[in-house]
Structure formats: structure tokens, C-alpha cells
Design a protein around this ligand. Structure first.
Ligand code: CIR
Length: 260
């Protein structure tokens, strides 16, 4: 069978108003609107990016459960279940592991390591891992030990702003990243082409490349314009409610190739 992309998602929790917040002031999240936006995101994954959706069982008591990206790091050969930096998020991993084990052999990050998947940027055989308030050197060393035998180079990068490395840098192609240069040390990405966001939109570096398409938030029109003028076809979606929980487009899915 031809290879396709599986997108793992999880419903918006009833408790999302108790989500972790690091940089933003708490604003009430409208649950119905958040769910409608999440459905539109899933629809884009199916229709624009041609992914096959797989749902993790809902976790109504886990406020941040919709942000599945943080619970695992998946490559073609293996999946690593994270140990999220926020203790409130650690119970999220079991449900995701139950789904991922259908597709990959699982490995686990162990204490004292902590890591959020939002800190991991995979560009070809290079895996950049952000050192952040969520991800520490113990976890980076564990990820390196797990991935090196499969031919991946793991590079630690200091996160200088935003919550995660993926707030500051995400993949456009195997050799090109969309970045906020103020939030990363650019020298860490030597050899890659760095496409800069519009400086008036500091949160704009998070783009989701999925299947053949790109899913992007309509909150960043200046950067979207730059990307479109560069030839990228964007599917623009409203993420305003999930953004109040410090979520962005990459956070709400885990993507994996079916045919390994
Ligand atoms: C958190 O602080 O953990 C959540 N409220 C937001 C997580 C966003 N995840 C991501 O960027 N990968």
C-alpha cells in the first residue's frame, strides 16, 4: 500500500480553562469556539494535507490534552514518549502511547529528564531540541542516545523566547525553516536556509507542513503574505481560542508516515 501521513489528534478538554500558561495572561476560552476551531483544523488535515486522522481517547480532566505534539517524538523508525516539563501534563502520555504503539516501537524519556515535543524540530536526519523551561539536558541526552543508532544527529538549541523551540522555528522543507530570529541562536542551524517571520508578528514562526500542504494561523497576515509570495500554498485557519492556551498549529497533532 502507498505511504500516507497519519495525524494523531485529541479532543479539546472540558477543563481547557485550567491549562498551563507561561507567557500569556489567562483569558476565558470559549469551549464551543475552541472545539469548532479544532474541528476545522482536523478538517484541514484531512482535506488539504490528505492525512488519515486517528483520535486518542478524550481526556476531559486533562486541561492541555489537545496539545498532543508535546507527548511524543515520532520518526520513521521509532516513537519516543516524552516526560512533559509541566507535571500537570504527564498523565497525557499514557493515552497517546496506547495509540502510537500500533505504529511504532516505543521508547520513553525517564526522570529526571523532562521534554515537551514542542521543543523538537526534525529536519531530515538532524533533530534540534530546545533547552527551555520544559526541556532539560537529561532528556536531550536520552533522546540522543535513543536516536543516534538510527543515524540522527541530535543538536541542543537554547530557546531564547516563546514557550518552545517550535514557537521560534518550524520546518518548511528538509533544508528550510521558518524562524523568529530573535528567539533562537541562528548559528545552531548552520547549513539550513532560515526564512524570517515579519518582526511585528513574534509568534508567527509556527507553521505545520502536513502531507502536501501547509496549515497556518490567520493571525499572522504579514508573515503569511511573505510565505505566499515565496510560493507556499497556505491553508489559513482561525486558532484564536487555542492560542489563548498558548497553543499553535503544530501543537494539535502528531504526524507520522504510515509506510515505514
Ligand atoms: C502548555 O503550556 O503546555 C499548554 N498550555 C500549551 C502547549 C502548546 N504546545 C506546543 O506548543 N507544542
Amino acid at each position: 500500500m502507498a505511504s500516507y501521513v497519519i495525524a494523531i489528534t485529541r479532543a479539546v478538554s472540558d477543563a481547557i480553562n485550567n491549562c498551563e500558561l507561561t507567557h500569556l495572561t489567562r483569558e476565558r476560552i470559549d469551549l464551543d469556539r475552541a472545539r469548532a476551531q479544532h474541528r476545522a483544523y482536523e478538517h484541514a488535515l484531512e482535506t488539504v494535507a490528505h492525512c488519515a486522522l486517528v483520535h486518542v481517547a478524550p481526556a476531559p480532566d486533562l486541561p492541555d490534552a489537545v496539545f498532543v505534539e508535546d507527548t511524543a517524538l515520532v520518526v520513521d523508525e521509532i516513537a519516543i514518549i516524552t516526560r512533559p516539563g509541566a507535571a500537570s501534563r504527564r498523565p497525557e502520555t499514557a493515552g497517546v502511547a496506547d495509540v502510537l504503539r500500533r505504529y511504532r516501537e516505543l521508547r520513553y524519556v525517564e526522570a529526571p529528564g523532562t521534554i515537551d515535543g514542542g521543543d523538537v524540530v526534525v529536519a531530515g536526519r538532524r533533530v534540534f531540541v530546545g533547552r527551555s523551561s520544559r526541556t532539560n539536558d537529561h532528556a536531550i541526552a536520552q533522546v540522543r542516545a535513543i536516536l543516534q543508532p538510527y543515524g540522527y544527529e541530535v543538536v541542543a538549541v537554547d530557546v531564547l523566547g516563546g514557550l518552545h523551540l517550535k514557537s521560534a522555528a518550524t520546518v518548511v522543507s528538509a533544508n528550510q525553516l521558518l524562524v523568529n530570529p530573535a528567539w533562537i541562536p541562528a548559528r545552531a542551524f548552520t547549513g539550513l536556509d532560515l526564512l524570517e517571520i515579519d518582526p511585528q508578528e513574534p509568534y508567527a514562526a509556527n507553521i505545520l507542513k502536513a502531507g502536501g500542504g501547509y496549515i497556518y494561523s490567520l493571525a499572522f497576515p504579514r508573515t503569511a503574505d511573505r510565505l505566499q509570495r515565496g510560493g507556499l500554498q497556505l491553508d489559513l485557519i482561525d486558532m484564536s481560542e487555542l492560542a489563548k492556551a498558548e497553543g499553535a498549529v503544530t501543537c494539535c497533532s502528531l504526524l507520522l508516515n504510515s509506510g515505514k
